[in-house]
Write a protein that binds this ligand. Structure first.
Ligand SMILES: Nc1ncnc2c1ncn2[C@@H]1O[C@H](COP(=O)(O)OP(=O)(O)OP(=O)(O)O)[C@@H](O)[C@H]1O
Length: 857
């Protein structure tokens, strides 16, 4: 790099070690970016791109952000999945010989954000390591802000990706070999090498199968963070099968944590259930929703606690109120260990710890099992509370280098410095008074500024009254002059020295205090776990009581019986209207419901409500029903079309089939399947044929509890051949040319679709709906001639329909029943078949159609 200036050479050499990050290169008050970084950053951050002479032939592209406003820009990079390496000046520019020394002090990437202003409060921010050996994939998911680590092993890559998705992992660390594969999947990837020495782990961990991922994670953190990782908690191993698996599509369409339409929390199950008072509770609730339990005992323990909290209204109220004074001690503990906690953070820790005894008392009164664990932490943290209460002022500033943090009486030396400072101020006040008396200038005052220090200010009109000699002129203003005296100079030196010393000492005392607080990190982490669980359980109790939910029972035989169930979110949204409750029973005799009914009648609401009730039960919450007995599901799969699916066209059909395939491959007799209008994305007959075969397959080979909604009325005949399938429909009635939705699920198939009625409700012009009604009548007449009769075996239904076009298997029974095509139809068909469409212009095609229409008429 001979042609570049020394500074540019320094930049390039540092940048070469951080190729995958934007390098924020500190130059005075700015972070500058150069070359490609600058060109791309200018676009991403929408800032001006300039250039600078770098010593070479061409000017170097450059853009920069002010150091004090860097956070906002870093957040924009992070939100879009980029990394930022912060390169600081690490020596005083005044003392530097040549180019100021610079080093990367830390790298911020989507998975390694520690700054609360960039993070979402109620969500974990996971960084994951994914390693692969001959046998399996190991995963380690780490939230650096809290020190939480979850680890697991899975057999296949797809499953590993699913685990990453469920935890909404922001960044994945892999070995170089896996980098491209992960990038193809659009993950933010970082590459590290595995250390092969388990002794270097900052925690003890026995499970060998998970070690590769943990070693990869540790190696990466050690290299990038270069600071204490003491707050990393003991990794918690989990088996994915301990939890109810909800495929990513299911989580999306059931709107567990955000709505499908605008991706907001409002309108989701999380929104409904989230009455938590603390950030830790909020994160825990999301975690529970991501991973409902499958262990009956685990669920019952939570339900017992919710029951107790519902009954103990007063204590619950008390606990929840006290929780409002609980800060995010989990992240505060992370900051203490990380070395970026300030005095205000420690005051928050103190305030939290001091509310604990009150919470603990209320929990004990209720007799909740976590009372004794909570009591242990209260005792363990007493010393910390005392220490912080004695050492810190109630409202310290955000910075730790400007004093005003440490309380009087904590350090004798500090108190002495402070006295000097305070006495000095009194002395200055006395001096001012004396000078006024001596000079008889009432407006004389002693002031202070950073440039000149202390001064005596006298207005221009009073200068004549000032005695000669003692006053040394320092500054001239428009209407006044400022002076100093030897006495003032000497006193100023003493005061400033005391202040400087006290600020330095406060900084040092604070660092010691933070160091001492570190030993309490495990207790703070355990406390935050207990508080977060209590918060979620109390939130469940609150919502359950308010909304009239009941405790679910679990059936040993796998029966599902929900009496008067409701969709919790639709019910809440339609508060002012009447929500129509619906029951459902699925057992070993009837495990499948085929749901028909008009559009908008409530088919998918009914299906979703069953899944939501099952999920709520398995996270340990009461459920919206009069009574509910449920199996413990192992997996929930949904294929529920979204409105945008239809618009997206054929590829969506592919997605629909892939998702259906996924469900069918993985579902077991203990799973819940919700399939909404399968087959609607292709032609009617294709769709119907597929829907029927899928139903038969689930019936004959899987036996999963299945809710299947359809507009293909022909499918309702399957009830005759599939023993475990039952027809139900959502009732609607016609009232004077319009339709009234009853939202009531009743036995048997629906009599018709009412599609045109719904179109009318949607405001389609009369002309269209009238024409549609006429066409419908024509079609129904035609269909009536060929319609399958109820006595015909259901498995023949689709084949019969296909045969109308003469495409079906001629050997089918249905074909025999279909009337032979008329002569005109036969001519039409043979002429159509002989057309070479590729060789025709659109106009020729139109002309042909025109001729045929005339012939038919
Ligand atoms: N049980 C109910 N009680 C009250 N209102 C309901 C009920 N079920 C559904 N609804 C209301 O009806 C609307 C339509 O319901 P839903 O989307 O489930 O209909 P659908 O039959 O699946 O329609 P489509 O076939 O067009 O997809 C819901 O948004 C809700 O407002």
């Amino acid at each position: 790099m001979p042609q570049y200036t020394p500074m540019m050479q320094q930049y390039l050499s540092i940048k070469s070690a951080y190729k995958d990050a934007f390098l924020f290169f500190r130059l005075g008050d700015f972070y500058e970016m150069f070359f490609d970084d600058a060109t791309r950053a200018a676009q991403i951050l929408e800032i001006a791109l300039t250039s600078r002479d770098g010593g070479g032939k061409e000017r170097v592209p450059m853009c920069g952000v002010p150091h004090h406003a860097a956070k906002g820009y870093i957040k924009r990079f992070i939100d879009q999945g980029y990394k930022v390496a912060i390169c600081e000046q690490v020596e005083d520019p005044k003392q530097a010989k040549g180019v100021v020394k610079r080093e990367v002090t830390h790298v911020i990437s989507p998975g390694m954000v520690m700054d609360e202003t960039i993070l979402s409060e109620k969500e974990h921010n996971f960084l994951a390591a994914l390693a692969h050996d001959d046998e399996q994939y190991s995963l380690a998911l780490c939230d650096l802000t809290t020190g939480t680590i979850h680890t697991t092993c899975v057999q296949d890559f797809e499953r590993a990706l699913e685990e990453l998705k469920v935890a909404r992992v922001k960044e994945v660390i892999v070995s170089a070999q896996m980098m491209d594969l992960m990038r193809e999947q659009s993950w933010t990837v970082s590459v590290a090498q595995t250390i092969d020495n388990a002794a270097e782990l900052p925690f003890a961990f026995e499970n060998k199968a998970c070690l590769p991922a943990l070693l990869l994670l540790t190696q990466y953190l050690q290299i990038t963070q270069q600071r204490s990782l003491d707050h990393l908690q003991q990794p918690r191993f989990y088996e994915p099968d301990e939890y109810l698996t909800i495929d990513s599509n299911g989580r999306r369409t059931l709107e567990l944590v955000e709505t499908m339409r605008d991706k907001t929390k409002k309108g989701s199950l999380l929104w409904l259930l989230d009455e938590t008072k603390t950030a830790m509770g909020g994160r825990r609730l999301k975690e529970w929703l991501d991973k409902p339990l499958r262990s009956k005992q685990g669920i019952q323990d939570r339900l017992d606690a919710v029951s107790t909290l519902i009954e103990g209204f007063t204590s619950r109220h008390d606990i929840r109120e006290k929780m409002t004074a609980v800060y995010d001690i989990e992240r505060l503990a992370g900051r203490i260990s990380y070395g970026n906690a300030n005095a205000r953070d420690l005051v928050q820790v103190k305030k939290t710890v001091s509310t604990l005894p009150g919470i603990q008392r209320a929990v004990s009164e209720l007799g909740l099992p976590l009372a004794s664990l909570l009591a242990e932490q209260v005792t363990a943290l007493e010393e910390l509370e005392k220490l912080l209460a004695n050492s810190l002022l109630e409202e310290p500033p955000l910075t730790i280098t400007e004093g005003d943090m440490i309380a009087d009486g904590y350090s004798d030396v500090l108190d002495r410095y402070r006295d000097a400072g305070r006495n000095g101020k009194e002395w200055i006040a006395a001096l001012e008074k004396r000078e006024r008396d001596e000079t008889q200038i009432r407006t004389l005052k002693v002031g202070f500024n950073r440039v000149f220090g202390y001064y005596i200010e006298v207005s221009r009109s009073n200068l004549k009254n000032l005695p000669e000699g003692r006053y040394e002129r320092k500054q001239t203003l428009a209407n006044a002059e400022r002076f100093i005296t030897d006495e003032l100079k000497e006193k100023e030196r003493l005061i400033l020295e005391a202040q400087e010393k006290s600020v330095d000492l406060e900084h040092q005392l604070f660092l010691e205090l933070r160091q001492r607080a570190q030993q309490f990190i495990p207790a703070l982490q355990e406390l935050s776990r207990l508080i977060s669980e209590l918060d979620v359980l109390a939130s469940f109790a609150e919502v359950s009581e308010r909304s009239g939910y009941v405790r679910p029972q679990f059936s040993p035989t796998g029966e599902l019986s929900i009496v008067d169930g409701r969709h919790p979110v639709v019910e809440k949204m339609t508060m002012h209207q009447h929500y129509v409750a619906n029951s459902v029973t699925l057992d070993n005799t009837t495990s499948m419901l085929l749901i028909t009914g008009p559009n908008m009648s409530g088919k998918s609401t009914y299906m979703r409500q069953v899944a939501l009730i099952a999920i709520m039960a398995q996270i340990g919450c009461f459920v919206p029903a009069k009574e509910a007995t449920l199996p413990l599901f192992d997996q929930v799969f949904t294929r529920i079309g979204a409105a945008d699916d239809l618009a997206a066209g054929q590829s969506t059909f592919m997605v629909e089939m892939m998702e259906t395939n996924d469900a069918i491959q993985k579902a077991t007799a203990s799973s819940l399947l919700l399939l909404d209008e399968i087959g609607r994305g292709t032609s009617t007959y294709d769709g119907m044929a597929l829907a029927q075969s899928i139903l038969e397959y689930i019936h004959n080979h899987i036996g999963a509890k299945t809710l299947f909604s359809t507009h293909y009325h022909e499918l309702t005949q399957l009830e005759l051949t599939l023993d475990a399938l039952q027809n139900v429909h959502v009732a609607a009635v016609e009232d004077q040319d319009t339709i009234v939705f009853l939202h009531k699920v009743e036995p048997g198939p629906s009599d018709r679709s009412y599609g045109i009625h719904v179109a009318k409700l949607a405001g389609l012009p009369d002309g269209i709906t009238k024409q549609a009604t006429a066409l419908l009548q024509q079609l129904e007449q035609t269909k009536g001639q060929a319609a399958p009769t109820a006595e015909v075996g259901a498995t023949q239904t689709v084949a019969e329909q296909l045969s109308l076009f003469g495409e079906a298997n001629t050997a089918s029974k249905a074909a025999k029943k279909t009337p032979a095509p008329s002569k005109a139809e036969a001519t039409f068909a043979s002429e159509l078949a002989s057309l070479d469409l590729m060789d025709m212009t659109p106009l020729e095609a139109m002309n042909w159609l025109y001729r045929m229409k005339k012939k038919v008429q």
